[in-house]
Design a protein around this ligand. Sequence first.
Ligand SMILES: Nc1nc2c(ncn2[C@@H]2O[C@H](COP(=O)(O)OP(=O)(O)OP(=O)(O)O)[C@@H](O)[C@H]2O)c(=O)[nH]1
Ligand SMILES: [Mg+2]
Length: 385
Amino acid sequence: MSTIKIGIAGRPNAGKSTLFSAITGTMVAIGNYAFTTTQPNDGIGFMNSICPHNELGKICNPRRGRCENGTRFIPVEIIDVPGLIEGSSEGKGMGNMFMDALRDTTAIINLLDPVSEDKKILSPEELVKDAEATEREIINWFTSRFSSDWDKFSRKLSQSHITLEEALLQKAAFFNLKQKDIREIILKHHFTEDITKWADEEKREFSAIVMSEIRPTIRVLNKGDLIENRDNYVEQGFTIISSDYELSIERAFNAGLIEGIRSLKATEKANPKQKEAILRMEADYKSGSMLRIFDVLTNIIKKNMNKIVVYPVYDETKWCDKDGNILPDALIMANGQNAEDLAFEVHTDIGEGFIRAINGRTKMILGRNYELKDSDVVRIIAKAK
Ligand SMILES: Nc1nc2c(ncn2[C@@H]2O[C@H](COP(=O)(O)OP(=O)(O)OP(=O)(O)O)[C@@H](O)[C@H]2O)c(=O)[nH]1
Ligand SMILES: [Mg+2]
């Protein structure tokens, strides 16, 4: 399973389910009214990476995901949740219990709606306020989950004398935080060593730090097709997409009206009206102020989450597995992980039996501490069990 799980949160009607539908290719309820979604949706989307098969001059055979004209589509998990409003954490709207679906996400997209309730286009400043309101609700949800049963937890702890790191590992288990992440937070920030003495403010601060440093929340402005002066928003730092376009493209691709999801070239099957719509979308993307969603997902994974893509192979010259499948796997790893980590990612037995690795490009021998680089093709040699 993918190690990446991205949640889509935001106000009601922002277009979360439209976006989810477009990236996962599944049908879910979409409606021009608040609280269309009442239960979280879970599906598979894709990030992009330039496939090394381009260098080999042969086509790859991905075991998961696919490859389109040399661009690899690598699967990642996507979650769509009901809309958040101010006060969701106190039970308004759909409440915030559904947010539990985001408890083990590795990043959250805060999808922003440029259209106000009275159908005006919001200014960049107004959008920032909206974004902050949603982010506050996310932190409120985290804090309330993290603080629940605090007294019971404190009583139990006062008899056991464990370190802050261990206490946090237990208390935040619901969020699937790794020991390394907790260690990093308490090294970098000051927290009271005795967790039973934490005041509400400290609990909230811990939640805010997790949500910004471990589970980054990334603002993405939707409905770019409705914004006339997109460049103004880009200058203010907004990343703009259109879920409506993405969904149309997905449908056009499935109906054989365009050549690929990336290359919006109309096929002969498209009628003149469809061709015109395709050209209009293409022109909007060419203007550069609006991004395709895979590029946004890729940026989130590579830049905000600091990940790389690595291709393990069995044969370092043909870049294939035992059965001759070329570049069968594309694994998303953390920047800074090494050859031994890759071996463990492939299989625990391979990790334990690690002898050495070979760089598929240079054919150099790599030790277990070799730091992996983005797009590396690596053969691992391990003792047979
Ligand atoms: N023009 C335009 N309309 C969009 C876009 N994305 C979504 N919409 C419309 O916005 C409305 C709301 O879309 P949904 O996907 O249901 O929104 P949601 O955020 O899931 O809403 P809730 O589930 O109620 O929180 C629908 O009428 C969509 O067609 C877009 O990029 N451009
Ligand atoms: Mg929805």
